[in-house]
Design a binder for this molecule. Structure first.
Ligand code: NAP
Ligand code: COA
Length: 260
């Protein structure tokens, strides 16, 4: 993929899947801006992106703080011009059954994932290239699969997907495409460290994936890049699972009966 000279902004782009996305765009020639709360993570991510020879900049900000996000967008556009690619992936997750989750625990994840995604898109809007920009929101299969211990994440990610579809309709006439990606279990990420903390739970997650393995961060990055490329010029408002078939569900008992 060639994104030479393109301006890419990755919210939550300093670690894990989102950093993998930032890195892939840097390697494809883009100028890459990242944003997250920790100044140390921002500094390290920018240094790593520059090591790839890319122009990179970073902003220490919380997606829950609209003004801080807006300032980061304005700074990026002042530095490099209109934003071609916006990836919104800042998120928080922990496992908690509904009856043990405090009101503030639920609100915290809604505020980071859902309100944060709106803040990022809303603050970016003035600076998005029109026509031509592509937005990708990082969702999760929890958005349509009810998942015990994840009531907060299910609600937040479902909201993100409706933001994606609604913005695709509103911004389509301006030449801005808006899509979501739902990664399955991705190796070496904070998300999976929290969801599958033991070797046993790791194995049972793997066995629930039809392709029988966890995905790699680069596999999510490639899908994001495809959605942002000319090859996907007629694709907007979709939610693309990139999950080895994990979210197909189906009857794992029957798969076991087949000895697969
Ligand atoms: P991660 O490494 O913890 O990534 C989260 C990123 O968001 C970090 O850069 C974090 O940096 C930033 N962040 C968190 N809260 C923030 C806030 N309030 N304001 C600004 N930035 C914030 O986790 P990951 O597992 O790679 O997950 C990345 C994305 O993929 C998330 O959207 C997640 O829901 C999605 N996902 C992951 C998986 C998986 O297998 N891991 C599966 C499906 C979906 P700071 O700490 O510096 O803020
Ligand atoms: N179980 C139940 N409740 C929890 C919890 C857990 N494991 N972790 C946090 N909470 C609750 C807190 O108790 C608090 O509620 P309270 O005031 O009623 O006690 C609320 O959530 C906010 O916690 P706080 O630690 O103040 O939030 P924060 O804004 O500093 O951090 C988190 C946000 C909790 C999501 C934190 O885990 C985080 O920063 N995560 C980012 C990394 C990540 O989750 N990566 C995976 C992405 S998929």
């Amino acid at each position: 993929m060639n994104f030479a000279g393109k301006v890419v902004f990755v919210a939550g782009g300093t670690s894990g899947i989102n950093f993998g996305v930032a890195e892939a765009f840097a390697l494809a020639g883009a100028k890459v801006a990242v944003l997250s709360r920790s100044p140390e993570k921002v500094e390290a991510a920018v240094a790593a992106l520059r090591q790839h020879g890319a122009e990179a900049c970073g902003h220490a900000a919380d997606v829950r703080q609209y003004e801080a996000v807006a300032a980061a967008m304005a700074d990026t556009a002042a530095r490099w011009g209109a934003i071609d690619v916006l990836v919104s992936g800042a998120a928080g997750n922990f496992v908690a059954p509904a009856q043990q989750l405090s009101a503030n625990g639920f609100k915290t994840v809604i505020d980071i994932d859902l309100q944060g995604c709106f803040n990022v898109m809303r603050a970016a809007f003035a600076h998005l290239r029109k026509p031509g920009a592509a937005v990708v929101n990082i969702s999760a299969p929890q958005s349509w699969l009810p998942t015990p211990g994840q009531i907060h994440v299910c609600a937040a990610k479902a909201g993100i997907d409706q933001i994606t579809r609604t913005a695709a309709m509103e911004w389509g006439p301006l030449g801005i495409r808006v899509n979501s990606i739902a990664p399955g279990p991705i190796a070496d990420t904070e998300g999976m460290r929290r969801l599958a903390p033991t070797p046993e739970s790791e194995r049972s997650w793997r066995e629930a994936v039809p392709l029988r393995r966890w995905g790699a961060k680069q596999e999510i990055a490639k899908a994001v890049q495809w959605l942002c490329s000319e090859d996907a010029a007629y694709v907007t408002g979709v939610l693309l699972p990139v999950d080895g078939g994990w979210s197909l569900g189906g009857s794992s008992a029957m798969v076991q009966a087949l000895g697969a």
